[in-house]
Design a protein around this ligand. Structure first.
Ligand code: NAD
Ligand code: ZN
Ligand code: ZN
Length: 347
């Protein structure tokens, strides 16, 4: 079968011919219906070869959807032909975090050799995908897999990032989204649907800002050296109640820390260059600001996000690519030429 793989760190991914896998005990084989390309893939592709954390070559794709093609022995909860989305941050399933659905924070995953598809295990950018456990699949029902697949990360991650701030985002407050890309454009919609807050979006071009307004941002501000002053013109001295940084570079983290108000939240979701950080101290930011850097989301939250999509409140912007043309999706992702999410669909 065909698969898009990272072969050499620092170089473009490759479309290669690999063996079609067969499901072992407890595993599920999916015929892939859609796979989303995430900016984290670009980060992985550019990690140095020395100390590269994953086995190579490795099939990319940690946003996956498919139809159950075969099940391994012992799998009784799913049947062939069911359309499903993959919950990607696989954990052990039995520890305290996993028991709460927070498999993204499983403390035992590494020692047990458990890793997400596309981030340690073979990913979804292929004709077939092995899922390690039926627990990691959520039936899609009538949802279109192409529109739904970004929800497994570009929807789930902002949802998990926003949820702890919901209690603060009451009437009259402001929420800021930095980076209206794959994650950010769904983050804006989640904020609009789940809160009465005014939503301000920041990005680097007029095109991106008009896209942010189309998906629901009340106001937009160019993400440049004047961003703090320009956001403060809108929020006044109160500042923002919650800032969600879907970029995570030093300038955007600095902007986030510069616009957050007293008792506000700064939520760093973007990985940026991998080293940027917020400086926190008594005199560094307004009183009682909280800073957190969440990773992906919980299993129950994926079900919630898919239910929101079923309710028709999430409009995922998708640019579709065939598997044969999938390398172009990664090229456009790296060049910041996408509107929303790139989704690869095997023929
Ligand atoms: P994307 O490429 O789809 O979108 C990035 C957006 O940020 C684009 O609209 C781009 O124009 C904008 N941008 C770039 N530089 C900017 C700047 N200086 N100021 C404002 N906007 C800027 O990326 P994505 O797939 O949405 O991922 C966003 C980030 O989140 C990446 O760093 C990715 O690795 C990370 N991520 C983290 C998690 C997590 O669990 N924490 C999960 C998924 C992705
Ligand atoms: Zn991702
Ligand atoms: Zn666990």
């Amino acid at each position: 079968m065909k698969a898009i793989q990272i072969v050499t760190p620092g170089q473009a991914p490759e479309l290669r011919e690999v063996d079609k896998p067969t499901p072992g005990p407890g595993q599920v084989l999916l015929k892939v219906t859609a796979a989303g390309a995430c900016h984290s893939d670009d980060f992985v592709l550019n990690m140095p070869a020395e100390g590269f954390p994953y086995p190579l070559p490795m099939t990319l794709g940690h946003e996956g959807a498919g139809v159950v093609a075969a099940v391994g022995s012992g799998v009784t909860t799913l049947s062939e032909g069911t359309s499903v989305a993959v919950y990607g941050p696989w954990g052990c399933g039995v520890c305290h975090f996993c028991s709460r659905g927070l498999e993204n924070y499983c403390p035992r995953a590494a020692e047990l050799g458990i890793a997400p598809p596309g981030l340690g295990k073979e990913g979804a950018m292929a004709e077939y995908l092995i899922v390690d456990d039926a627990r990691h699949l959520v039936p899609l029902g009538d949802l279109d897999p192409v529109a739904a697949v970004p929800l497994t990360d570009a929807g789930l991650t902002p949802y998990h990032a926003i949820k702890p701030s919901l209690g603060k985002l009451v009437g009259g407050t402001t929420a800021v989204v930095i980076g209206a890309g794959g994650l950010g454009h769904i983050g804006i919609q989640l904020l609009r649907h789940l809160t009465p807050a005014r939503v301000i979006a920041l990005d680097v071009s007029e095109d991106k800002l008009s896209f942010a307004r189309e998906v629901g941002a009340h106001e937009t501000v160019l993400s440049d050296a004047d961003a703090v002053a320009n956001v403060r013109k809108i929020t006044g001295n109160e500042g923002a109640t919650a800032v969600f940084d879907f970029v995570g570079l030093q300038p955007t983290i600095d902007t986030a820390m510069g616009i957050v108000g007293t008792m506000g939240d700064v939520v760093i979701v973007g990985i940026g260059d991998g080293v940027a950080a917020a400086k926190v101290g008594f005199f560094s930011q307004p009183y009682e600001v909280s800073v957190r850097a969440p990773y992906w989301g919980a299993r129950d939250e994926l079900i919630e996000v898919l239910d929101l999509a079923r309710d028709g409140v999430l409009e995922v912007a998708v640019e579709k690519f065939s598997l044969d043309n999938g390398l172009e999706a990664y090229r456009r992702l790296a060049a910041n030429e996408l509107r929303g999410r790139a989704v690869v669909v095997p023929d």
